[in-house]
Design a protein around this ligand. Sequence first.
Ligand code: GTP
Length: 616
Amino acid sequence: MAGFFKKIFSFGKKEVVEERVDETAPLPPIKWDQLDALKPEAEQASHPPLDGEGRHEVTGRGDSAADGASHPHPRAALGTSPIGGEVEPAPQPAPSHQPAPEEPQPEPAPAVPPTPEPTVPPEPEPLPGPKPEEEPQPAPETPEPPSPEEVPVPPAEPEPTPGPAPEPAPQEVPVPAPAQPDIEPSRPEPQPEPTPVEVPTPPSEVPAETPAPEIPPAEALPPLRQPAPVEPQPIHAEIAPEPEAAPTPHPPLDGERRHDVAGRGDGAEVEPALVPTLQPAPEPKPAAGKVTVSKKVEQKAEPVKAPEPAPRRSWFQRMREGLARSSRELTGNIAGVFTKRKLDEDTLQDLEDVLIRADLGVETALRVTDSLASSRYGRDVSDSEVRAVMAAEVEKVLTPVAKPLELDLSHKPHVILVVGVNGTGKTTTIGKLAAKLTDGGLKVMLAAGDTFRAAAIEQLKIWGERTKSPVIATKLGADAAGLAYDAFEKAKEAGSDVLIIDTAGRLQNKTELMAELEKIVRVLGKLDPEAPHTVLQTVDATTGQNALNQVEIFRNVAGVNGLVMTKLDGTARGGILVAIAAKHRLPVYFIGVGEQVDDLEPFSASEFARAIAGVA
Ligand SMILES: Nc1nc2c(ncn2[C@@H]2O[C@H](COP(=O)(O)OP(=O)(O)OP(=O)(O)O)[C@@H](O)[C@H]2O)c(=O)[nH]1
């Protein structure tokens, strides 16, 4: 018996060792009788062999299918190393397990976000750490990618598996293509390509997995799964910078990190957004440029005020324009005389007539013709040569009278008595002169001595306001001499530098005029024997030859010692000034070429002579 048992036991071992080959051979002769008797014992004997490793392998295979649940755990725990190498020979069980891991795979795709989330906190470190840990999972899955290719086997199994993990795997599993979709869900577009599908999956990850293509295609599968984890990594890397951007506040949170990150990103973005919003606020500050617009508008308004600049033309320009009529008439007549004609007695006589008609006076006309005859008699002479000679001779006449007005401020005040015919511009000239003096820092007082005309009083008050000069006035028709006396005293009391006295200019009663002017001079002399220190006569250039008589009268009655030629603008009779200067030899201090305050300029003999002669 003992020997029999030994044989059987040893036989059994042989069978076990030799497996099926030995079993086929011996089965026909012996087995049935002995085995039937031995069966219970064999079963009893089977328990002891449990310790043997060989049964483990067998049972292990048989149990593996039944144990399903238990195996998945060890696989998950064991990782790829044991199973991975053996799995190839036993693919079926592996797929059963694979679907389970596959399920996690589809899950990883959705779950991927969580994986990155945990990885997020340790961005640099966790990345390497989680990779090896996750790799075991992808490793079992790595066979899966071939399984999708081999899918025919797994599809039946994945269907049962759908029970455990129904959602993604089952529907996708039935067809190998769906298995790909399993991968695809995590990576959508690559699906159309079968194995390349995996490649396409990496392409999304390509940047990180570029090394994977270097690995042979068989291994490409594992890298494919790795890329899946890798993908989140780059994502983390990408996300990482964001949290870095706004890391400080929320440091730790894993899953929330992304949320936080997103939140941070949002927050961080929000802050910058706020900042830019704040910046736009400062930008509007530069947008203060808008303010400039309003300023421009103001500037536009200003030019509206600037119509006055028109009279800003230079004095000489204004004088030339003012004498234009006089010059045109004169030069035109001269040209008519000397067109293709030699200088002879007739031409000289014609020229003399032209100059006299231009109010230059006989004396000045003779000076010009004499000058031409002495140098150019019997020669062809152009009108320009004639005008040049005329300008030179006129200048010679005017130069002695072209003197600046000098005020002796040793007299307090320096009294200026302004006389002239009505309407020649006395009051206006007083206002212009007061403006010059006050602008020069002198203290000026005005006296409204024309008591016969109310408008003259009011007009002087206006000029007083413009020039900030006090105006001494009395009731209409009052004694002009009495007013002059009072104004002189007040000017002394006020410490005025200059007192300017306006007077009436009635010529219809020469006796009354002379009596009044003499009285004013006499009264002023009581306060200062030398007053009035300056007696200015305004001469209206438009009056022509009458100006010569006016200067004659006022010079005799009031002791005029200086002239102001007014209204030279727009008259054709400016030559009268030359005639007056030649006859009376009185200083011409100023000439008036307009009604504005600055239309009073010192007289220049040269400029006036060239202007009236039409010489540039
Ligand atoms: N175009 C021009 N007009 C002038 C000039 N000077 C004065 N006028 C004008 O001539 C007019 C008479 O000027 P007034 O200053 O009142 O003359 P006035 O001699 O004081 O006259 P009465 O007060 O009546 O004695 C006014 O309309 C002045 O604006 C000038 O140089 N050129």
